[in-house]
Design a protein around this ligand. Sequence first.
Ligand SMILES: *Cc1c(COP(=O)(O)O)cnc(C)c1O
Length: 225
Amino acid sequence: MAETAADHLATIRDRIAAAEDESGRAKGKVTLIAVSKTFDAPDIQPVIDAGQRIFGENRVQEAQGKWPAMKEAHPDIELHLIGPLQSNKARDAVALFDAIHTIDRDKIARAVKAEMEAQGRDLKLFVQINTGDEPQKAGVSPDEADAFIRRCREEVGLTITGLMCIPPVEETPAPHFALLAKIAERNGLACLSMGMSGDFETAIAHGATHVRVGSAIFGSRSYPA
Ligand SMILES: *Cc1c(COP(=O)(O)O)cnc(C)c1O
């Protein structure tokens, strides 16, 4: 019989535990974010039934179409926004998500702060760093990271949980993970959102606290996200 998403989930959990072990890290400390973008409720439900409670989506509107009902049925589900956020979507994002990994502009930082206050919600917030300085990619340039984090904290009044990166596809990811860890350390940030299906073990070896795994659980996506 073909392997199900629940089988894949079990395999990924084992591989995370093994990677924690190999890098001498405490067991069970890495948070698995199951990235369900492009998949609908019938594909996601078996993964919820298998005990997974933390999910990632990259589009606010897509998430609004499928998650409110599943969150209502399972109030302990935690939803993470891992894709770019436009300030005109800040209200919807703060209402639906429990964490945002893509804070990368003053305007977004201010919009999220205002919405959290207006809605009385307190989301976990990660600053996205464009570790490869790729012109087409979202995120703060490594050179500007310290100043941006300081402005988020001191001027906007945000509590920043950690940093997030997506290494350039054509490069070996390890140096990017190491750079993210270094920026986090000098800014006193405990959490690192890094590592996807193809490289989460490397990310764990470099200190990832949150890995974002999609296709290795749900299968390949039928359209690009
Ligand atoms: C889609 C996506 C992932 C998951 O990628 P896979 O290679 O399918 O594991 C992780 N992070 C971000 C930001 C994504 O958009």
